[in-house]
Design a binder for this molecule. Structure first.
Ligand code: ADP
Ligand code: ZN
Ligand code: ZN
Length: 670
C-alpha cells in the first residue's frame, strides 16, 4: 500500500504562508528536500519544511506534489532554522529567504543543470601548489590558540592594526580545526567580490588538497551552482564568499570568520535587508561554534560587545612583517597649502619623491566621474537629474552626463540649456579629473585608475589589481574599491584628496564610516619593510579642518580613543548600539502620499516600549521619479521591537497602500 503524507512547503512568494501538498508513494520524503508543485497555473520548486499525516484542509482541496527532487540531499534543520530566524528577524516570509538562497539552476523546473553539476562535482579536482606559512609572532600565536581552544560558541573580535597579519591567524586557526575534524567546514566572509581572488589564492596554496568553494554575486549561474553544491555536499571544506555566503548550506560548519567585520557591505540593501555579520554570529551560536570578527576599525556595535564582555578581544597591535611600521599620518592644511586642480604642493612633491625612487603611490578619492556637476556661471544653471534630487555627474571621456542614482544619461550640452552661455564649467572633481591632472603633471608615470567605471567588465578589476601587484603601476587612483584589504607590497604613499565632505553629514554613522575608510586606505601604505634608501611610508590627508578630533585620532592611529568618544556620544544621544531601530521606507509619485502613509503607519504605534519619530523625506528625496520618505522607530528592547514589527507589518499590509514600502531592521543608512 502507498503511504500518504501532507508535505508543508514554502515557496518564493511574498505570501507569508506554508502550503499543504499531498504526497503518496513508497519512499517517505524528507524535511529539507525540494519538490516540484503546481501553484495556481504555474509549476514552482518549493522546500519541504515539515511533513505530517493530516491537513486542516479537506483532502480533495489539496493538490499533489509533482515530484520530489531526490538527487539533491536535503538541506539541514540547522539551515532551515537559520533561514527562519532571518525571515522572522528581518520580517520577510520564510520562502522568500530560503529559496533565493539556493542557486537558480537547482530551483529550475528542469533537472538537467543539477544532474550536470552533480556529475561534474564527482570528478577529481586539480591539486594546487603548496605554499609555506611564515612562523607566527606571539600575538598571532596567542590569537590562534584562543580561537582553536574555544569549545562551543565564542564570538571573538580579532582587533589587528592594518598589516598585522590577520589573514595568517585565520589560516592557522583553519588549519588546526580542519586537521582535528576530518569533515569540518570553515566559512570565511569578505566584504567585497574583488577581495576574493587574493584570499582564494592563500587558501588554495595553504590547503592544496582541500576543495575551496567560492560564493559571490559576480559568478555565472553554472559556476555558482557547482560551488554551492560543493558546499552543500560537504566536499568543499573551505568556503569563501561575500555576504550572501552566510546563507549557504554547510552541513559540517565548525568555524566562521568575518573579515573586515565593520564594512557596510555586509548589510544587504534591498529585499531581505540582512546583516551577514549579525547572521554569522547567530549561526555560530546556534551551532555552538566559534566565530571570529576581524578588523582594524571594528564597528561600534562589536567594540561595545568587547567592552561588555560578550565578545573576547584578541589584539594584534603591530605590523607582522619585520620592520614594517604603520605609516606616519600628515595633515595638510588646505588653507595654507592651496591646492591646484585638487592637489596641494606637499602632496605633489611626495608623489614625485616616490616616482624618483620607483615606489608606488595611491590617491584616494571616493567620488567617481570627472566632476560631480557642471554649471553655468552666467545664470546659475546646474546639471540636475530631472528624475532625482541629485546632480548629473560629468563623465568626460564618454561625453556623457550620468546620474549615479537612476543611471539616466545625457550628452554634454554645448551651451547652457537655460541661457545659451557656451562657457559651462565642471565644478569639483572626481577620480577621472585627478587622473587627467596627474597625467599632465607626471607624463612619464604609469597611472592607473580603479573605480566602478574603469572595472565594468567582468574580471577587469582583478586584472587591474594584478598590474599593481606586479609593479606595473606608479600611481594608483581610486575610490573605496582600492581602500580595502589589498596587500600592496611596494606602496609607500597614500594621499587622501578630499575627505572633508563626510565630516558634516546628517547621518550619525558618517564619522565612524569615514574613520574606518581612512584607516583602511592608510593601511595600504608601508606594508613591507622599508627598503635601503627607500622612503618612509606616509599618509597625506588634505583637509580644511586639521584640528578636527576625527583627524587627530587618525593621526595617532588611535582607534580606541575614537571609539570611546563616539560611544559616549551615542550613549548620551541614545543612539545604536544603545538602542534598537527599525526604519519604514516608502516611495510614491507624490511626497504628500508618501508622508500620509507614514503618518497612518505612525498612528498605529501605541506601545510604550516603542518611540516613533516624525515621518521625514529621505535625504535623497526624489529618486527615479519617486518621492521617498521614511519613519524611524526605536526601542530599548529588541524583543519588544520585534514583537511590535510583526504585528505592524500585518496592519500595514491590510491598508493595501498603492505605493511601495519596505521595512529595514537595524538600518545602517538613515
Ligand atoms: P591584515 O589583514 O591584518 O591587514 P595581512 O594578513 O594582509 O594583514 O598581512 C600583512 C602582511 O604580513 C602580509 O604580507 C603577510 O604575508 C605578512 N605576514 C603575516 N604574518 C606574518 C608573520 N608572522 N611573519 C612575517 N610576515 C607575516
Ligand atoms: Zn546659463
Ligand atoms: Zn537620476
Amino acid at each position: 500500500m502507498l503511504n500518504e503524507f501532507i508535505l508543508q512547503v514554502v515557496l518564493d512568494t511574498p505570501v507569508e504562508r506554508v502550503f499543504d501538498y499531498l504526497w503518496s508513494g513508497n519512499e517517505v520524503p524528507l524535511r529539507g528536500q525540494f519538490v516540484l508543485i503546481n501553484f495556481g497555473r504555474r509549476e514552482l520548486v518549493g522546500l519541504i519544511v515539515s511533513i505530517k499525516k493530516e491537513s486542516e484542509f479537506p483532502r480533495d482541496k489539496l493538490k499533489s506534489v509533482i515530484s520530489v527532487r531526490k538527487q539533491l540531499s536535503p538541506v539541514s534543520a540547522e539551515w532551515i532554522a537559520l533561514c527562519q530566524f532571518a525571515a522572522d528577524y528581518y520580517q520577510r516570509p520564510l520562502g522568500e529567504v530560503a529559496l533565493p538562497a539556493v542557486p537558480k539552476n537547482l530551483r529550475s523546473l528542469k533537472t538537467v543543470a543539477l544532474d550536470k553539476a552533480l556529475k561534474k562535482l564527482s570528478q577529481p579536482q586539480v591539486v594546487a601548489q603548496a605554499g609555506h606559512a611564515p612562523p607566527l609572532n606571539s600575538a598571532q600565536e596567542y590569537a590562534v590558540q584562543q580561537i582553536v581552544a574555544a569549545t562551543g560558541f565564542k564570538p571573538g573580535l580579532l582587533y589587528g592594526v592594518t598589516g598585522s597579519g590577520k589573514t595568517e591567524v585565520y589560516l592557522h586557526a583553519a588549519e588546526q580545526i580542519l586537521a582535528r575534524d576530518p569533515d569540518a567546514q570553515i566559512l570565511v566572509l569578505v566584504p567585497e567580490i574583488n577581495l576574493t581572488p587574493q584570499l582564494q589564492g592563500h587558501l588554495r596554496a595553504r590547503f592544496p588538497d582541500l576543495q575551496v568553494a567560492t560564493l559571490h554575486s559576480g559568478m555565472a549561474e553554472g559556476e555558482r551552482t557547482l560551488h554551492w553544491l560543493a558546499a552543500h555536499t560537504g566536499q568543499a571544506r573551505l568556503i569563501l564568499g561575500t555576504r550572501l555566503a552566510i546563507l549557504a548550506s554547510l552541513p559540517a560548519l565548525k568555524l566562521i570568520i568575518v573579515d573586515e567585520e565593520h564594512d557596510p557591505s555586509y548589510k544587504q540593501q534591498e529585499g531581505l535587508r540582512y546583516s551577514a555579520r549579525d547572521l554569522a554570529v547567530w549561526r555560530a551560536r546556534q551551532l555552538d561554534i566559534p566565530v571570529i570578527l576581524g578588523s582594524a576599525t571594528p564597528s561600534l556595535e562589536t567594540w561595545q560587545h568587547t567592552i561588555s564582555g560578550r565578545y573576547d578581544k584578541l589584539s594584534l597591535p603591530e605590523r607582522a612583517v619585520q620592520n614594517a611600521v604603520l605609516p606616519a599620518m600628515r595633515l595638510i592644511d588646505l588653507s595654507k597649502d592651496k591646492p591646484a586642480e585638487g592637489l596641494t604642493s606637499s602632496l605633489i612633491s611626495a608623489l614625485k619623491q616616490r616616482l624618483d625612487k620607483g615606489e608606488q603611490s595611491l590617491l584616494y578619492l571616493n567620488r567617481r566621474g570627472y566632476a560631480p556637476v557642471i554649471a553655468c556661471d552666467a545664470c546659475g544653471w546646474m546639471s540636475n537629474c530631472h528624475r532625482c534630487s541629485a546632480f548629473l555627474v560629468l563623465h568626460k571621456q564618454e561625453y556623457k552626463l550620468r546620474c549615479h542614482h537612476c543611471s539616466l544619461e545625457m550628452r554634454i550640452p554645448k551651451a547652457c540649456p537655460d541661457c545659451g552661455n557656451v562657457d559651462i564649467q565642471p565644478l569639483g572633481r572626481g577620480t577621472q579629473r585627478i587622473e587627467e591632472h596627474l597625467q599632465h603633471l607626471f607624463p612619464e608615470a604609469r597611472i592607473r585608475r580603479i573605480d566602478a567605471d574603469s572595472t565594468r567588465l567582468k574580471g577587469s578589476a582583478q586584472a587591474a589589481f594584478e598590474t599593481v601587484h606586479r609593479g606595473e603601476v606608479d600611481i594608483l587612483i581610486g575610490t573605496q574599491m582600492v581602500a580595502k584589504g589589498h596587500d600592496f607590497k611596494n606602496l609607500t604613499l597614500v594621499g587622501i584628496v578630499n575627505p572633508d565632505t563626510a565630516l558634516f553629514s546628517q547621518d550619525y554613522r558618517a564619522g565612524e564610516r569615514l574613520f574606518a575608510q581612512l584607516m583602511q586606505v592608510a593601511g595600504r601604505a608601508g606594508r613591507a619593510a622599508q627598503k635601503e634608501g627607500g622612503s618612509t611610508s606616509e599618509v597625506l590627508i588634505q583637509t580644511r579642518y586639521p584640528q578636527h578630533p576625527l583627524y587627530q585620532a587618525l593621526k595617532s592611529h588611535d582607534y580606541p580613543q575614537f571609539a570611546k568618544t563616539c560611544l559616549e556620544e551615542r550613549s548620551q544621544a541614545d543612539l545604536p548600539p544603545f538602542i534598537f531601530q527599525a526604519l519604514l521606507r516608502v516611495e510614491s509619485k507624490e511626497l504628500a502620499t508618501s508622508l500620509e502613509f507614514l503618518r497612518k503607519a505612525a498612528s498605529l504605534v501605541v506601545s510604550d516600549d516603542i518611540t516613533v519619530h516624525d515621518p521625514i523625506p529621505m535625504s535623497l528625496m526624489r529618486m527615479a521619479n519617486s518621492e521617498r520618505a521614511q519613519l524611524l522607530l526605536e526601542s530599548h528592547s529588541r524583543p519588544a521591537l520585534q514583537a511590535f514589527l510583526r504585528m505592524w507589518i500585518t496592519q500595514l499590509s491590510a491598508i493595501k497602500p498603492r505605493l511601495s514600502w519596505s521595512l529595514e531592521v537595524d538600518p545602517v543608512d538613515i
